[in-house]
Design a binder for this molecule. Structure first.
Ligand code: 5CA
Ligand code: ZN
Length: 412
């Protein structure tokens, strides 16, 4: 698929700082240590509805990773998928008497516009599951041949499942106990009660064709791919083994990232699948989880249609720490709109408070597990001093503008 259009990315003076990032597998904040090319995979949307502020917050967090690595001199190979064939898409299309292909294309197009408006740097490769079916089939066939996968004991629908014991390491990514794993797989589409599976937690790799469902002919028989293996194939075939960061929201810690890693490790024998498993907190609305069933989704496109400045949305979503579950409120948007106006006024002054170590502080805070609240506080302090006409540094307004643009992705 075509990714969205990139925005200019100013070069800052001095040297960017190596990024330290929280890793779910170890529970620690550890240095990322990419080579000249940093490799990141972030789980993309399932395009059956518009992008809400939760999705946006997750892509903004990984946009900071992208920007910090670039500032530190790395080339960034960023891959993102689109789950353009899966149950939610088929269910929504059936409900609305829509064509699932058209629905997916429409929502993906809207997602691109949303990402562009929020100035998220595009991935180098943006890959739909449908485009990747050939590579997924090849991977599943190898897992079957090696004994890591098996056919369900069901003559009519011999679907292919992954034996979660195949690597001997299952559970290292999430660290969850068996009871939690069973509960989460049941809640998140893991079909624990399906007859013919060897173990309730085993995950679907290939679903054989059912009446009325789309299916692709393949050496596995006609069918369609399971979810976790989509991300394994798309990541491994572009980034190779042991890439730097596997990212997504905390709802993907289990089963999705546990299985994506286990599939990949069973296939290649190489551990770990990713060096960091990085997860963002969930965004809610006014203290409640944002979810379809509660009908309390706030869409980026709705805010755009209401003429809300996307830079205020971006600043609002970055004003909390990415790992905290947090809420979207009108007050937050108002406060961020006011902050943005103050920053804009400050950078339009002919001179400002001395830049001093402001750039260094913003870099240091962001490199410390994306500590946006402290980075933003450092910028607030500079803007406050500048607006009190405390400064004569004529370079400061321009330099701070570039810093906010390059590192936070906000144009002032
Ligand atoms: N297509 C899969 C990933 S392969 C998927 O989870 N799609 S999604 O559309 O449901 O979510 C897209 C991304 O947004 C995922 O990384 C997910 O973890 C994240 N996400 C979903 N809801 C929220 C939320 N309320 N707050 C923060 N991030 C969220
Ligand atoms: Zn994924």
């Amino acid at each position: 698929m075509l990714p969205w259009t990139s925005v200019p990315h100013p070069q800052l003076p001095g040297q960017g700082i190596p990024l330290r990032l929280h890793d779910t597998a170890t529970g620690e904040i550890r240095p990322t240590a990419p080579g000249p090319t940093a490799r990141m995979y972030v789980c993309g949307i399932t395009p059956y509805d518009a992008t809400h502020l939760g999705h946006a917050a997750t892509y903004l967090a990984f946009d900071l990773v992208h920007r910090i690595w670039r500032d530190a001199g790395h080339d960034v190979h960023y891959v993102q998928n689109v789950t353009d064939i899966d149950d939610p898409l088929l269910e929504r299309a059936a409900r609305d008497q829509d064509d699932w292909v058209v629905l997916g294309m429409r929502e993906t197009a809207l997602f691109r516009e949303d990402m562009e408006s929020l100035r998220v740097l595009p991935p180098r490769e943006f890959v739909g599951a449908v485009e990747a079916i050939g590579e997924i089939v090849e991977l599943v066939a190898k897992l079957l041949a090696s004994g890591a996968a098996y056919r369900a004991d069901d003559a009519q629908h011999p679907d292919v499942y992954f034996d979660h014991r195949a690597t001997g390491r299952f559970g290292y990514e999430s660290g969850y106990d068996e009871q939690t794993m069973n509960r989460l797989s049941a809640e998140r589409g893991g079909d624990p009660d399906r007859p013919g599976k060897r173990h309730p937690v085993d995950a679907l790799l290939w679903r054989t064709a059912r009446d009325g469902e789309p299916a692709w002919e393949s050496e596995l028989g006609a069918g369609r791919p399971g979810w976790h293996v989509e991300c394994t194939a798309i990541a491994l075939n572009r980034l190779g083994t042991t890439f730097d960061v596997q990212g997504g929201g905390s709802d993907l810690i289990f089963p999705h990232h546990e299985f994506s890693a286990a599939h990949g490790e069973a296939l290649t024998g190489s551990h770990p699948f990713a060096r960091h498993y990085s997860h963002t907190g969930m965004i809610g609305l006014d203290g409640e989880k944002m979810s379809k069933s509660k009908g309390n989704l706030v869409f980026v496109s709705r805010l755009r249609a209401d003429d809300v400045d996307p830079m205020a949305v971006r600043l609002a979503l970055l004003s909390g720490h990415y790992r905290d579950d947090r809420s979207w409120t009108n007050d937050l948007l108002e406060a961020s709109t006011a902050r943005l106006a103050r920053w804009r006024e400050a950078v339009s002054m002919p001179a400002g408070a001395p830049v001093g170590d402001v750039l260094e502080r913003v870099r240091t805070h962001l490199a410390d597990d994306l500590d946006t609240p402290r980075a933003i506080a450092a910028l607030d302090a500079w803007a406050g001093e500048t607006l009190n006409r405390r400064g004569r540094d004529t370079d400061a307004p321009r330099l701070i503008g570039s810093c906010v643009d390059a590192l936070l992705g906000i144009t002032l």
